[in-house]
Design a protein around this ligand. Structure first.
Ligand code: BES
Ligand code: ZN
Length: 886
């Protein structure tokens, strides 16, 4: 246990390590409670470090059994050993070998960091600081070493033994029931990329031939009996490997690439060199157990972890402040991959929905931080939507600003120049500045200033002069520790659309002009607080389609009226903005309704919006996935974010339900007709086209059931009974679950009976129940915690029941009596003792508490204080509670 008070780590204090560790030879004797780890470290003073400094190795809950320096015992006066540190007061000035034997207890490791057991399987998770729970080490990403790992275990318990790199030896240990395997990874890597797995696992195997003709053996290891469920993941892996060669010129570099799926995992997946470890949720899929969204997620996560091989592993981070260097960039790469594999427009909409749902609230609340933070208390709490999603958006903007060719040249230069090193954001940006001959200093503010900028756009048309003037203004509210913001560089992709939908060529004169390059690419750069651009030769009053493709992670407030929005829904050549126009329209309607409801009135009605959606369904028959996005209204959380202060989740819920019901009634015939037209035909395929049909069908049924509950409910019941895929089954059950009564309980029971042997499906059952927007839900959640299928030690179960309640149930988590807050606080306090990382992530559900109306925000604050007061909190939970309250 680390007992001292945590000190913040500061980027400004970065110093290169005083020692380097060139090679690591590990010998791990697996045992469920007494695993022995012998580490032989070849260490030398770092020429860039302080000569003669003590050697301070990190540890965490370690027990040292034996320590030798160059084969000799060490005199007790010069060595200090504690569970969290090993110090050599005056190590040799020449290279030396330190041998350390530690004993660890994987079965007692409930934090799931370091070496732990996921069911019967031994596995490791070392990012960010888990390796120090295995052996004493310079556990920091700028210490790169070549690892050779020998693993030994009982054959019966662990016939499969895996580690990083290539397998170089294996065999029985004569005269015993044990065996061993030796793995060697020739690529120097930081300790956080170390991995080891031992267990009795099933597997599937394949082969990939790289562009230069090297053969790579691929393996995916899963629980016995689940092999068929890994086939899609294998397919996604091969597509990822091929894509990285064509899109980024990146080839795989080892003879083997293995993936192991485990059921207990704090995160989604981990990119350990040559041995990715995955939460089984992102590997296992069959049509009858996984939804189309699950398939898309598997594809994206497999790609993400694979892409880290170049962005993260070959080039790693100098320190954890540079986390977005690997995570933001790799998210950008997996987004591009998914866009190429599926529909670019639909992927963009989905990615922006995620950004707005997860990152915008972070940026608007007490947990706001820079994409490149400059201080942290607990690094585990910085694997955030800001680092990941906003980090990815910055790279996307860079590409928009410098163009595709320069972007690719910059990436090539980065790979070339920094391969094998631990790099910084500055290193990365310098490559793009160099190839594009641009000064990217101001652009880099995106890394150093938190908060979501607001862009306000005013337009005016002068019929006499045939000019159209666009006035842009940027601003950004203060965030914790940053009262004043300097202007950002905001790329605004735009087009002018005539009333009949025709695009209008972009031209400007000398006054308020745009550069030829801006006009040619249809991108204005807003880098000052205000900018005016006057377009000329505009014969009819146009509508400005701004921020096409969501070209920057900003909030846009634009002076367009309802008719203009409807014109954009119908005509904008940019599909993202066609979708956005419908969302903006719905948002305005909902905002008006929320106000009416709060002042005791009825939600407003508006036929024109329904008519626009009608036309959108009709005109997008050929692109059902897109049509599904257009008719999916903003979520209740989206509305809460729009409102921004004095939020009343109940009023939002009433307004949203009323709009859904009104649209469902108005559009009933076309919804029903589309639902029937899109009935499943032929063999199942998980591809984007087939998934798009199912998505629109589901969206139609959902809206139909909201408008015409009796018929809609009956249809959902029929779909629930006859569904051939999990996508259809869970969609129907979701609709049934939102109607109180016996039919709901019956359906939930049936679903449980059908799928009780599939934990990942039972997670969906938990999620559905946790998100019922009714008063009784908290009691239901508490009762489900007693259910034999629930367990507080499995992170997926915790996230499905408690996480879904806290983050996916606006009205009940935010119940006016504070019961939801109190419940979450108690859970977090309890869970903190066993799994602080998961506890801290749950607690982050309070991130928007200040935006709530006063009664609720007082109750939320009290719950947060209750957590903050507890003695012996983990650094993880203490950090989130502290910052949330600051
Ligand atoms: N490197 C991370 C996994 C990780 C996160 C390890 C936090 C330790 C602490 C991995 O590459 C990752 O980003 N995984 C994501 C999924 C991904 C598709 C965005 C995750 O686990 O959520
Ligand atoms: Zn990642």
């Amino acid at each position: 246990m680390r007992t001292d008070v945590a000190q913040p780590v500061r980027l400004a204090d970065y110093r290169p390590p005083d020692y380097l560790i060139d090679t690591v030879v590990l010998d791990v004797l697996l045992h469920d409670t007494e695993t022995r780890v012998r580490a032989k470290l070849s260490i030398r003073p770092n020429p860039a470090g302080r000569a003669g400094a003590p050697l301070v190795l990190d540890g965490d809950e370690l027990t040292a059994k034996k320590i030798l320096l160059d084969g000799q015992d060490i005199s007790p006066e010069t060595i200090f050993v504690a569970p969290d540190q090993l110090t050599l007061a005056s190590p040799p000035r020449q290279p030396f070998v330190l041998e350390i034997e530690t004993e660890i207890n994987p079965s007692a490791n409930t934090k799931l960091m370091g070496l732990y057991r996921s069911g019967p399987v031994y596995c490791t998770q070392c990012e960010a600081e888990g390796f120090r729970r295995i052996t004493y080490f310079l556990d920091r990403p700028d210490v790169l070493s070549v690892y050779t790992t020998r693993i030994e275990a009982a054959v019966s318990e662990a016939p499969i033994l895996l580690s990083n790199g290539n397998k170089i030896d294996a065999g029985p240990i004569d005269g015993t029931d044990r065996h061993f395997a030796v793995w060697h990874d020739p690529f120097p890597k930081p300790s956080y990329l170390f991995a080891l797995v031992g267990g009795d696992l099933g597997s599937i195997h394949d082969e990939f031939t790289t562009v230069s003709g090297r053969k790579v053996a691929l393996g995916i290891y899963v629980e016995h009996g689940k092999e068929k469920s890994a086939v899609y993941a294998m397919d996604a892996l091969k597509r990822s490997m091929a894509w990285d060669e064509t899109a980024f010129g990146r080839e795989y570099d080892l003879d083997m690439f293995n993936i192991v799926a485990v059921s207990s995992f704090n995160m989604g997946a981990m990119e350990n060199k040559g041995l990715n470890v995955f939460n089984d949720k992102y590997v296992l899929a069959l049509p009858e157990t996984a939804t189309d969204t699950d398939y898309a997620n598997i594809e994206a996560v497999i790609a993400h972890e694979y892409f880290h091989n170049w962005t993260g592993n070959r080039i790693t981070c100098r320190d954890w402040f540079q986390l977005c260097l690997k995570e933001g960039l790799t998210v950008f790469r997996d987004h591009e991959f998914s866009a190429d594999q599926r529909s670019r427009a639909v992927r963009r909409i989905a990615d922006v929905r995620t950004l707005r749902a997860a990152q915008f609230p972070e940026d608007a609340g007490p947990l706001a931080h820079n994409v490149r933070p400059d201080t942290y208390l607990e690094i585990n709490n910085f694997y955030t939507a800001t680092i990941y999603e906003k980090g990815s958006e910055i790279i996307r903007m860079l590409k928009v600003l410098i163009g595709e060719t320069a972007f690719r040249a910059g990436m090539d230069l980065y790979f070339d120049r920094y391969d094998g090193t631990a790099a910084t954001i500055e290193n990365f940006i310098s490559c793009f500045a160099e190839v594009s001959h641009r000064d990217l200093t101001q652009f880099s503010r995106w890394y150093h200033q938190a908060g979501t900028p607001l862009v306000e756009a005013q337009t005016s048309y002068d019929a006499a002069k045939q000019t159209f003037t666009l006035d842009l203004k940027q601003s950004c509210k203060p965030t914790p520790g940053q009262d004043h913001k300097e202007p950002f560089v905001i790329p605004i992709e735009l087009g002018l659309v005539a009333a009949d939908g025709a695009p209008i060529a972009l031209q400007t004169g000398t006054e308020d002009g745009a550069s030829a390059d801006e006009l040619a690419r249809g991108v204005l750069e807003l880098s000052t607080p205000e900018r005016r651009v006057t377009f000329c030769d505009v014969a009819t009053p146009p509508v400005a389609s701004l921020l096409r493709g969501f070209s920057a992670p900003v909030r846009l407030s634009q002076s367009v009226n309802e008719n203009e929005l409807i014109a954009l829904v119908a005509h904008d050549s940019d599909s993202f903005n066609r979708w956005q126009a419908a969302q903006t329209y719905a948002t305005r309607l909902l905002l008006r309704s929320v106000d009416l409801v709060r002042s005791g009135g009825k939600p407003c009605e508006d036929e024109a919006f329904g008519e626009a959606l009608y036309r959108a369904i009709e005109s997008n028959i050929g692109d059902p996935a897109f049509a599904a996005q257009v008719i999916s209204l903003p979520s209740e959380a989206d509305m809460a974010r729009e409102i921004g202060e004095n939020v009343d989740p109940d009023a939002i819920h009433v307004a949203k339900q009323a709009l859904r019901a009104a649209l469902g009634r108005q559009l009933a015939p076309i919804l029903l007709q589309t639902y029937e037209r899109l009935a499943p035909e032929g063999a199942y395929s998980p591809d984007a086209a087939a998934a798009g049909r199912r998505a629109l069908r589901t969206a139609c049924l959902d809206l139909y059931a909201a408008g015409v509950p009796d018929e809609g409910g009956a249809l959902a019941q029929r779909q629930f009974e006859t569904a051939q895929t999990m996508t259809d089954e869970i969609a129907a059950l979701g609709i049934l679950t939102h109607v109180p009564g016996e039919r709901r309980e019956q359906a939930l029971d049936t679903f449980y009976q059908r799928h009780s042997s599939e934990p990942l499906v039972i997670d969906k059952w938990f999620i559905l129940q946790a998100t019922i927007p009714e008063k009784g839900t908290l009691a239901r959640v508490k009762k489900l915690m007693e259910h034999p299928a629930f367990s507080l030690t499995n992170p997926n179960r915790v996230r499905s029941l408690i996480g879904a309640f806290a983050s996916g149930n606006q009205t009940q988590f935010n119940a006016a009596d504070g019961s939801g807050y109190h419940f979450l606080a108690e859970i977090v306090i309890g869970l903190d003792r066993t799994n602080p990382q998961v506890a801290a992530r749950l607690l982050a559900a309070f991130k928007s508490w200040r935006a709530l109306e006063s009664k609720r925000s007082a109750l939320a604050e009290a719950a947060l204080r209750r957590v903050a007061q507890v003695n012996d909190l983990s650094a993880d939970v203490k950090d989130i509670a502290g910052r949330s309250l600051a």
